[in-house]
Write a protein that binds this ligand. Structure first.
Ligand code: SF4
Length: 253
């Protein structure tokens, strides 16, 4: 999802005549709308799929669920290798992309350059990500978001970014195989630093910047691969491929 694009912002309309959406929070670990706990499997979620800790976002998901019953409209889980060398961190699900399909950067323009580049570098089995069941697999890479629920107008509030940071922190702690954290944009960059308990003032965001998080991990920054950034050529495919290739080099891939 773009941090800057106005063109991408969806026009969300709450169904007319519908009373304000209200519901009880799901039990911990249970689905947001069905209340059903998913069957236990490999621990690759690192978050509560029924999370409603951000009231504004939970309300927005409920409204989205009613307006678009075929949309995923839940906190979007991360996607990719269970023991990745590179963890890519985006901002938040796009309304008609990840929020619709249930997979980060899938189903809208935001993922076009990302998956093309991953495929070119041998990190993805296909060059596009269409849906959560399209058979695409990532190798040595996992993709997550700093905020797991779609925010109105693509803009999470600072409190929401802070609230969801606990999940990012958990993922970073649990994924001990990660050697490179690849931040897509400044908000992702700041979220990684917060999750790692590091001062932002010591690590300035810049495209291509590399920051040692500890003696094993490096944070690599990139401009976000949004439609706005790619169409204005703030970020070109060559720039993106270069910084992703550098991340692979650092990760030993
Ligand atoms: S954004 Fe994160 S913390 Fe907030 S409700 Fe969604 S999953 Fe929970």
């Amino acid at each position: 999802m773009s941090e800057r694009s106005k063109a991408e912002r969806p026009k969300f309309v709450t169904p007319k005549g519908r009373p304000p959406a209200r519901r009880k929070p799901a039990a911990p670990g249970a689905d947001l709308f069905t209340g059903v706990r998913p069957p236990s499997g490999p621990k690759t979620a690192y978050y509560d799929p029924g999370c409603t800790q951000c009231p504004r976002l939970a309300e927005f998901l409920t409204e989205t669920h009613h307006a678009h019953p075929d949309y995923f409209a839940r906190p979007v889980p991360s996607f990719g290798a269970a023991a990745p060398k590179i963890l890519i961190v985006g901002l938040a699900p796009g309304m008609h992309g990840a929020n619709r399909t249930g997979r980060p950067f899938t189903g809208d323009y935001a993922g076009v350059l990302l998956y093309e580049t991953l495929h070119e570098l041998g990190l993805a089995t296909a060059s596009e990500s269409v849906s959560a069941d399209d058979g695409l697999e990532l190798r040595n890479v996992r993709i997550t978001n700093a905020v797991k629920c779609v925010p109105p107008e693509n803009k999470p509030l600072p409190d929401e970014i802070r609230q969801c940071n606990a999940y990012l922190k958990s993922e970073l702690v649990e994924l001990k195989s990660v050697r490179v954290v690849f931040a897509l944009g400044r908000i992702a960059h700041d979220g990684v630093l917060t999750a790692e308990g590091l001062k932002r003032s010591r690590f300035a965001f810049a495209h291509g910047a590399e920051h040692a998080l500890d003696d094993k991990r490096v944070l690599v920054d990139s401009y976000h691969c949004s439609r706005y950034n790619t169409s204005t050529r703030v970020l070109t495919p060559e720039m993106f491929k270069k910084v992703m290739a550098r991340a692979c080099e650092i990760a030993g891939l």
